[in-house]
Ligand binder design. Sequence first.
Ligand code: DGJ
Length: 719
Amino acid sequence: MAALVLSVSAAAQRTFVNIETANTQMVLGTDAKGQLLFLHYGAKIGRADQFEDWNSYRRTDYSTDPLAYPAQGGRFFNEPALAVKYHDTDQNTELVYGSQSVSEPKSGVKRYEVLLKDVKTKLEVKLIYMAYVKEDVIVANTEITNGGCKAITLDRYASSAINLRAGKYLLSHFYGSWAREMQIDREMLTHGVKAIENKQGVRTTHNENPSFMLSLDTESFSENDGEVIAGALAWSGNYRLAFQMDETNQVSVLCGINPDAAAYPLKKHETFTTPEMVWTYSLKGAGQATRNLHDWARNHCCYSQAEICPTLLNSWEGAYFDFDAKTLTDMMDDAKDMGLEMFVLDDGWFGNKYPRNNSKQGLGDWDINHEKLPEGISYLADYAHSKGLKFGIWIEPEMVSPKSELAEKHPEWVVSSKDRELTTTRSQWLLDLTNPKVQDFVFSIFDNTMQLAPGIDYIKWDCNRHVENFGSSYLDDQSKFYVDYIQGLYSVMRRIREKYPHVIVQSCSSGGGRVDFGALSLFDEVWTSDNTEGLSRVFIQYGTNMIYPACVTGSHVSAVPNHQSGNVTPMKFRFDIAAAGRLGMELQPKNMTEEEKTFARKAIESYKGYRDLVFGGDLYRLADPYDGQHYALMYVSKDRSRAVVFAYTIKYQSRTPIFDLRLAGLDADRRYKVTEQNVEKSCWWGSGKVFDGSFLMNHGLNPDMKKVYDSAIFLLEAE
Ligand code: DGJ
């Protein structure tokens, strides 16, 4: 990791930090007082030292220019990234530039470190920027060190701050709820502070995801045009992303752990490291911002990095708690028969004193329920393996039911606040992962489950409640709880990964309650939502895949009427939307008709032929589901020789308009054979014929998809 010569001008008074990727540039520079200013983030501007004589024309006796990492103190009075309370109760910090270095930890990645120091105390702040050159992504975080002051408290400690200068700012962010995750709100920023945040502690992404897109200088969201800055915080706990438009019409964006109830003490010589904030900038609309994030996620962040995941049958909605070994082996027979590659045994297999026959008891007692499964888990895993299926199993290791042997034995491990109500959610309590003993226990649940049978291939890790009346009997300072919990979780996961690097682990949290890049660096995939109903999935997957790649988003075909929404959609529609992610099924195959099974066989077989595109291809969104009658998207292979197009009619408007489906991302000069999948008769006259890329992109397809729930998948192969 050799330090490189810095691309920094040290001329005259200003010093610059010049962070570059293939198409973007971020420039920081000192002012006359030595403060580090945030000067530019966007398209390339050339030499950083062109800012040498830069002047913002602000009043110099009133407020500061935008700071790279604004601290509460000095002339700064907007939302601070850092707020420190010193032992003498002074609450001012004035950071000035100290030094910088740049290194290349791996090819295509540059690491910039910039040291800032408080003018008065021994507080030091290291700003770290990782530039992922070809992906056009910059990942920023901060190390805050108490370099020798008496104990201090960090009241705020954002991961990263940027400052933007545009006439208008259109914010797209992802709100929702259980079974309705990642819906999109689009709103213009106005003066003042807009914050998106979560304070639920451990299930933090149902109601709002720690990610967003900002379209600059426009009032309309565009897939392909204009400047877009996208951001995502890699943290599974409480977070806050704040957008403040000040009186100069500039917007500062501060992202990090939510400071509420989380003032963090720092003893002498201790360092606090903030989670990473992922930034990308696109000059080609939201589509390119998404592709940058997906490339970065697959190349550098996600644990599984686009490995092909087996198609699966999960037992939950097909059997719930009501099964014995025969129920499960029958399901495996059907899974095999339909061409699926893995069987996952969900909730309900454990607990003896308090058997887990419903959601009211048994969490914490991870021994096989002998009455229900006297044959053991190894019998089931062996059965699956003997049929050539992989085998997976469900756990919820962070939880304990009040009715459990674990709760009787270790009441002190439960998250609770002395003398206050200990609330249950889904009849369960949360275990205190700030406590190293609980961390060991949670690790042992995973470890022991892996020993239940040789060759367990997959663990579904669930987390079905959030934090209320928080408190830890282990911590001396309760304000550390929210941070230490997530750090405890990550530390357990790191141990698991050391011992079990290859087991596939799903992050499930009542569906999509834990969907973030922090979790994804340790888990292989997320359970996108408990809602598998086709129409709902259009919106859930559209939003989720705006930020997170399809190679991590689990999507299953379930029964109708749907168990969540009651909606009835055709099986083909359900398959066609699930196939745009990590395909699985979640129903009782016994209840399927022969015709449905035949269709499933065909659809699964054809998915295997193009899933590499879904997992590793470039995503182009072709029709916005919030806009009209259709949703459509496509994935294109990196060499543009193959592509798969998914198209859906999501509401009936009229039979008159013709679906104008123009493709994107192809090579204009190549010829592609277009074949609709899984149909006897195609909805498009061109299926089976060969077209120029230019025809497909500039004229497009006009599939006959007028009726609600019409859907189609087209495979494109270059000649
Ligand atoms: C919630 C999950 O989201 C479901 O998929 C299922 O695993 C249940 N928990 C089991 O209790």
